[in-house]
Write a protein that binds this ligand. Structure first.
Ligand code: APR
Length: 229
């Protein structure tokens, strides 16, 4: 088995203190995603959207990678084959744990984007709706986050990686949001073995070849140790 593709979701950062979306008291139980994670919500009230992401950016900057992030960084450095982490998360805990080959399909809190000219630059810690774009000057800056109704980033690259994968591992995601939720079928169609690591089984039973249940900070290091043994 040479090529591994790992999909991560909010569950891998939960034990770093960052909220998930759909667990009890998850982010979507406290905010209406239509207000803070859609282009319409941004057009209606950009200040509310910036307040939401400024709070999440501060939380992410104050959080630390956990043993699950570190185990994946260890796997990348010790695995003889190829490893790609496709993350739905917008925090940078994979990178801060030492992972290098990380693809943020839903964007990053660390990125800013101009809604007028598409210029991108490193996001300041606190963003405001009237800050001018450093390139075109328009006061239309937004977090570089993929919102509902928008196309996730680098989908061709992801499709190619899934097509080539020998093993697909889904870690800490509810599998409620497409296209990420469909990656397991794409990998299976390409002949990959599939494994889910989650606090509890998140999908219809049988979608994955194998499932490991438990907190990511225990289940992921154990799985990596077994793979590298
Ligand atoms: N260890 C492992 N898994 C965990 C842990 C933990 N400590 N805590 C929670 N989980 C699992 C839950 O069982 C659930 O399956 O993490 C998953 C969290 O699911 P969601 O809150 O739906 O988060 P996610 O799957 O990443 O959401 C996908 O939806 O809102 C959009 O763009 C947003 O990227 C996000 C996407």
């Amino acid at each position: 088995m040479e090529r591994i593709v790992i999909l991560t979701g909010a569950g891998i950062s939960a034990e770093s203190g960052l909220g998930t979306f759909r667990d009890k008291d998850g982010l979507w139980t406290r905010y209406d995603l239509a207000d803070v994670a859609t282009p319409d919500g941004f057009a209606r009230n950009p200040r509310l959207v910036h307040d939401f992401y400024n709070a999440r950016r501060a939380n992410a900057l104050d959080a630390s990678p956990n043993d699950a992030h570190r185990a994946l960084a260890r796997l990348e450095s010790e695995w003889s084959g190829e490893l790609l982490i496709v993350t739905q998360n917008v925090d940078d805990l994979h990178e801060r744990a030492g992972s290098r080959n990380v693809l943020h399909m839903h964007g990053e809190l660390a990125g800013a984007l101009c809604a007028s000219c598409n210029h991108r630059w490193p996001a300041p810690r606190v963003m405001s709706p009237d800050a001018p774009c450093p390139s075109c000057g328009a006061p239309r800056t937004r977090p570089d986050i993929v919102w509902f109704g928008e196309i996730p980033y680098r989908m061709e690259e992801i499709a190619e990686a899934l097509w080539q994968a020998d093993l697909f591992v889904s870690i800490g995601t509810s599998g409620e949001v497409y296209p990420a939720a469909g990656f397991v079928q794409e990998a299976q169609a390409a002949g990959a073995e599939t494994l889910e690591i989650n606090l509890e089984p998140s999908r219809l039973p049988g979608l994955f070849d194998r499932a490991i249940t438990g907190p990511a900070t225990q289940a992921v290091p154990d799985w990596v140790a077994g793979l590298l043994a």
